[in-house]
Design a protein around this ligand. Structure first.
Ligand code: BES
Ligand code: MN
Ligand code: ZN
Length: 499
């Protein structure tokens, strides 16, 4: 898909489909006003009668039939002017673009003036919204009607302001990179687990590293044994697929300390010996969403050339039952030297992360952020509207929170009070890997906190948000690619504040 920015008046552009964005509490102004006039006041009439209410996410398709140049016209709602934010822009573009595609449009133009935010941010949001809203996972569809040929080929952001053109081009470029990384993550997460094994994740990381200039190292089982990654090896012991410990380094930050990103990369979580019920077990292919998000964030950062040093760590393995699988009652010796008693082999994410977090400490990082589909309990606590955030550093938490608000990938904090640690006390080892049903997202994070030493650390639980069963405005049902935009925004803000 080609993304571009054009200067001119939207009603004069030759396109399969024009999009204009409208406020609930304002008459059509500027471009929308001129189009309304060309259509004989039709838009104002539709709004007055209530046939089209410009609520957030509302869209309405019209056929101008020669009264403006565009073949089709979509009115997209933004809600009230005072409530406008970048997420509303993403939502409107994310609803309008697939609506036009369904009607037959193959190229789309969006009028981008008078939308409040700065020109650069506006163009970025409209690009992200439309590209992500148009996303489909078609790799395994063989029928003609699902062919990519029927997809949108070009999205053009249109501005009448010559002064805004440069900024909009920059924003659209940024949006294109970010959406591209998010789609890469969605593709990886949606892939069947047989086609997204630890070795294939490593190959994907290698391909990304080569294309974007990242340094890559993949530790094999023998190396993990020498290092003493007993937790990762324990989880991997039941799988026929060899585990991989993937290390990506991005170094454009001179002498600055590293930022460490750690992503849970369980390419399939059967639960192991504590096997999961078969209902919805297919969804456990999404258990590598955290690792994919870290890869996606590094891809973006490298493309945007941020002045930072970042290490991304992806502990990758399946969690499978079998004759050689680790068992409840086992005690694993982690890379940090601490021991963990296994109560439930389905609480495997915290185990592989314990070794990865300990490895992250070797970099003496400025901050550590981990992201993981860690607990079903997080969904019980927060539903699908926010990911869980727990951590040790208020400043870091605040930065993540702000990035969440800006991107719409919102986080909500859960407490890590001392009392919760009682639940992971073990009689035989330093701790146990499952702390019961109460506060399950918290006790999981409590275990992680034992492996980050005194480095500022935040954990993000995306178990509930990595996959959506229903279409959302710019997130079609399936893998959401969550985390890429949040981490990217956090890193861009971090780079800007460290200047
Ligand atoms: N990968 C799961 C968490 C998960 C659940 C992700 C639902 C996506 C959707 C994780 O490994 C897991 O199984 N967690 C257990 C922990 C329990 C055994 C302490 C859980 O949440 O039930
Ligand atoms: Mn599990
Ligand atoms: Zn898991």
């Amino acid at each position: 898909m080609k993304i571009s920015v054009a200067a001119g008046m939207i009603e004069k552009q030759k396109t399969d489909g024009a999009v204009i964005l409208l406020f609930e509490d304002e008459k059509p102004g500027a471009a929308a006003g001129r189009i309304d006039k060309a259509l004989g006041g039709m838009i104002a009439r539709l709004m007055k009668r209530g046939d089209f209410k410009p609520k957030p996410g509302g869209v309405h398709l019209l056929y101008p039939e020669g009264r403006i140049v565009a073949e089709r016209l979509v009115l997209a709602g933004l809600g009230k002017r005072k409530d406008l934010d970048l997420n509303r822009l993403r939502q409107a573009a994310g609803k309008a673009a697939p609506h036009l595609r369904a009607a037959g449009a193959r190229n789309i133009m969006i009028a981008a003036d008078g939308l409040g935010s700065g020109a650069e941010e506006t163009a970025q949001a409209l690009t992200e919204g439309s590209v992500l809203g148009l996303y489909r996972f078609l790799k395994y569809k063989t029928k003609e009607e699902n062919n990519n040929k029927e997809d949108v080929q070009a999205v053009t952001i249109v501005t009448e302001s010559a002064a805004s053109l440069k900024a909009m081009q920059k924003g659209a470029k940024t949006g294109e990179v970010i959406a591209g990384s998010t789609m890469m993550v969605r593709d990886m997460v949606s892939s069947p687990p047989v086609d997204m094994t630890p070795a294939i994740v490593a190959a994907k990381a290698r391909e990304t590293a080569r294309e974007f200039g990242l340094k890559l190292q993949v530790l094999e089982r023998s190396r993990m044994e020498k290092l003493g990654m007993g937790a990762l090896l324990g989880v991997a012991s039941g799988s026929a697929q060899p585990p991989k410990f993937i290390i990506l380094e991005y170094r454009k930050g001179g002498g600055k300390p590293f930022i460490a990103l750690v992503g849970k990369t369980i390419t399939f979580d059967s639960g192991g010996i504590s096997i999961k019920p078969s209902e919805n077990m297919d969804k456990m292919k999404d258990d590598m969403s955290g690792g994919a998000a870290v890869l996606g964030a590094l891809r973006t950062v490298a493309a945007l050339k941020l002045p930072l040093n970042i290490v991304g760590l992806l502990p990758a393995t399946e969690n499978m039952p079998g004759g050689s699988a680790y068992k409840p009652g086992d005690v694993l010796r982690t890379l940090s030297g601490q021991t963990i008693e296994i109560i439930n082999t389905d609480a495997e994410g915290r185990l592989i992360l314990s070794d990865a977090l300990a490895y992250a400490c070797r970099y003496k990082p400025a901050v550590i952020v981990d992201i993981a589909t860690l607990t079903g309990a997080c969904r019980v606590a927060l539903g699908q509207e926010a990911m869980g955030m727990l951590g040790t550093d208020d400043k870091l938490k605040q930065k993540i929170r702000e990035a969440g608000e800006k991107t719409g990938e919102r986080v909500w904090e859960l407490p890590l009070w001392e009392g919760y640690y009682d639940q992971i006390k073990s009689d035989v080892a330093d701790m146990k890997n499952a702390g019961g049903r109460d506060g399950g997202a918290i006790t999981a994070a409590a275990l992680l906190s034992r492996f980050v030493q005194d480095y500022p650390w935040v954990h993000l639980d995306i178990a509930a948000t990595a996959w959506t069963e229903k279409d959302r405005p710019y997130t079609p049902k399936g893998a959401t690619g969550i985390g890429v935009r949040l981490l990217t925004q956090f890193l861009r803000d971090y780079a800007a504040s460290a200047k």
